[in-house]
Design a protein around this ligand. Structure first.
Ligand SMILES: [Mg+2]
Length: 186
């Protein structure tokens, strides 16, 4: 039974889902939004989904950019969404990497996908019903995190992942396919 006191969420990976995957993105001028991202998030928001970004940011661990640069970029990105009447409810990022991290950033962490730590934190912070929530990612590690968290459905958008993902998911070729799914499964 759906829990009526809790919200459902659409979890979004960032790079390769919201914006084109260019590798270690950290400047607003390098952002290219994927076609359909604003229509998708507008529809999800209208259907009652909280919008939560969950993004591994090993570029911070590697010393390629700072937490402050990441946060500045996300403030800019939130403003771009607001211009399209979309409010991002939360952004979680994991700045660690177990082998390539520098100093304190070199460590395993429950937040780093494929682990579900960021999804679990969001569930606590936003009072989410994970069994009614969904995720879209572009890598198997996104799908694995969704499975580990017990989400209702995970979607893999084509373009980045080169190997088949072992955990259950639906493949989609474009963001508009997920928007259509949402309208058919409100
Ligand atoms: Mg990605």
């Amino acid at each position: 039974m759906p829990n009526k006191t809790k919200s459902k969420a659409l979890f979004l990976d960032r790079d390769g889902v919201i914006n084109e995957e260019i590798g270690y993105l950290h400047r607003p001028e390098d952002v290219v939004f994927l076609p359909g991202i604003f229509a998708l998030t507008q529809t999800a928001q209208r259907l009652g989904y909280k919008l939560v970004i969950v993004t591994n940011q090993s570029g911070i661990a590697r010393g390629l950019y700072t937490t402050t640069q990441f946060e500045t970029l996300m403030t800019w990105m939130r403003t771009e969404f607001l211009r399209h009447e979309v409010t991002l409810d939360a952004v979680y990022h994991c700045p660690y990497h177990p082998t390539h991290g520098i100093g304190d950033f070199k460590r395993e962490h429950e937040d780093r996908k494929p682990s579900p730590g960021m999804i679990h934190r969001a569930a606590r912070d936003l009072n989410l019903d994970l069994s009614q929530s969904i995720l879209i990612g572009d890598r198997c590690s996104d799908i694995a995190a969704a499975t580990a968290a017990g989400l209702h459905q995970a979607f893999l958008i084509a373009g980045t992942e080169q190997t088949p993902c072992p955990h259950p998911h639906k493949k989609i070729a474009s963001l508009s396919e997920l928007e259509t799914w949402l309208k058919l499964n409100p």
